[in-house]
Design a protein around this ligand. Structure first.
Ligand code: SIN
Length: 484
């Protein structure tokens, strides 16, 4: 007899864990993650979570989100996000999550780029994701299984029945009535990125293979202020909140050159600031830095304890030292297409939430700190949708095909590095038609080599990104085409 779960959640970041938190204990729920649970993007989120301040702030938050997203957003999704933010924040606080507050117990709000007002709440100073993740892990009442790498979705006649996965290196079939994808974005495809190493677009790649639509994949977001001089693929983020609190971006001579690009300078939207830093370096050869010298030392260490500690360990003493910065890949605005309940068109029993999803809420460029909020708002909606469904009837088919013995092939590592470089150079911050065509050919060539299943899935996603970028001839938001 096959074991079958009511709900299987792929991913133990904020979206997956908040979905689990909202599923009653009586349900048979399994949350799986590829590695250890804190190897997820939530864990590395620093700045905070947006919440509309009150009813009057909702239209302003909607407007900020749409404006950052170059009005390419799905307005209905943006309105849901903003409207629901107040109750979502109240819910998690009522459940015991502690955000930073002043001595009177009032929440402290910060600002990040392209926000009209201070409306971002934070925890542990600059460790919001880590604190929220820990809180959700403690809340979790369901089975959580680590070392579970999903390499196939079991789909027949428009219904998903579960997944095939490598569980502690053993090929395993997991059946479920409802499968929620909460596996994050595509960060590991890029040479320079701020993401957890587990975020490597496998499930997106499976969706491409099964004909499930990915949308807006040309809109890859680059974070402007990242310390990239480390040997690891994941680079060190320097949160937007630093600029929100008043840090400057300067060149070697201390000039705030971002005003050459936008009158808002450091507080222009993320796509504009990233391009400004990239372009200035390209034109002048000058290095960009984050300058914190305006901050008082004690205040800085208290407000940004995580950054202070991490950088002290590699020889930087903030706020006295300036940090050399570069943009790096940060977030996929596009993803697996779904409606505002996380449902995937033409597919029963399969849902998607969080960064993996595309409701259209972010448009062509995500507004800073909207992602933790999105992860919560839309995962609660998926759970409400699932709980409103009747019992799933019908026989579960048997799925013979298995890729377990070909997950990796000998030369995968070499191709993976090559892919990362190509993604960074040709499908990065500034794109050209020529570069995109070259990248497309290279990806195609690699697909025809002797490669393992996991690399094939990465390449499927990379193809979707390059095809979407080629299809959009004009620049928009984070998709920037240079006319060559
Ligand atoms: C940051 O702290 O700068 C990242 C926040 C975000 O990605 O929205």
């Amino acid at each position: 007899m096959k074991t079958k779960y009511d709900v299987l959640i792929i991913g133990a970041g904020l979206a997956g864990l908040y979905a689990a938190m909202n599923l009653p204990k009586e349900k048979k729920v399994l949350v799986v993650c590829k590695d250890i649970p804190w190897e997820c993007n939530t864990f590395y989120a620093q700045g905070g979570m947006v919440t509309a301040l009150n009813e009057a702030d909702i239209p302003i938050h909607v407007q900020d989100t749409m404006s950052a997203g170059a009005y390419h957003n799905n307005q209905e999704a943006v309105e849901i996000l903003s409207r629901t933010s107040i109750e979502t924040t109240a819910d998690i606080i009522a459940a015991g999550m502690v955000f930073d507050s002043n001595e009177a117990g009032e929440l402290l709000y910060t600002k990040e780029a392209a926000h009209s007002v201070e409306r971002i709440i934070h925890a542990g100073g600059d460790a919001t994701g880590r604190y929220m993740h820990y809180f959700l892990m403690v809340q979790n009442q369901h089975q959580l299984q680590k070392n579970t790498l999903v390499y196939d979705l079991l789909i027949e006649n428009g219904r998903c029945y579960g997944v095939k996965a490598s569980v502690n290196y053993e090929p395993t079939t997991i059946y479920a009535d409802h499968v929620i994808i909460a596996s994050g974005g595509v960060g590991s495809l890029y040479a320079f990125n701020t993401n957890s190493r587990t975020v490597s677009a496998d499930i997106h790649g499976i969706c491409v293979e099964k004909g499930i639509e990915l949308a807006d994949m040309e809109f890859m977001q680059f974070h402007p202020t990242v310390f990239v001089d480390t040997p690891y693929a994941r680079k060190l983020l320097l949160t937007e909140a630093l600029r929100g609190e008043g840090a400057f971006v300067v060149d070697d001579e201390g000039r705030r050159f971002l005003f050459d690009y936008d009158p808002r300078g450091e507080l222009a939207s993320r796509d504009i600031v990233s391009r400004g830093i990239f372009d200035y370096h390209r034109k002048t050869g000058k290095q960009a830095y984050l300058d914190f010298s305006m901050f008082e030392e004690e205040w800085f260490a208290q407000r940004f304890p995580n950054i202070t500690r991490t950088f002290a360990a590699i020889g930087y003493h903030f706020p006295q030292d300036k940090a050399p910065i570069s943009p790096a890949f940060h977030y996929a605005n596009g993803g697996i297409k779904c409606d505002t309940n996380g449902c995937i068109s033409g597919m029963e029993g399969l849902y998607v939430i969080g960064e993996a999803s595309h409701t259209g809420v972010h448009g062509a460029n995500r507004l800073a700190s909207n992602s933790l909020l999105e992860g919560m708002v839309f995962s609660k909606r998926v759970v409400d949708y699932i709980l409103a469904q009747g019992k799933v009837e019908g026989k579960t088919p048997t799925f013979e095909k298995d890729y377990a013995n070909i997950l990796h092939k000998k030369d995968d590592k070499i191709y993976k590095q090559k892919l990362r470089q190509v993604m960074w150079e040709d499908i990065g911050i500034i794109r050209t038609t020529k570069g995109l065509h070259e990248a497309k050919n290279l990806i195609y060539d690699m697909k025809n080599k002797e490669i393992g299943r996991l690399l094939e899935l990465r390449l499927n996603t990379a193809s979707a990104i390059v095809d979407a970028a080629l299809a959009r001839k004009e620049s928009l938001g984070s998709h920037y085409m240079e006319s060559i």
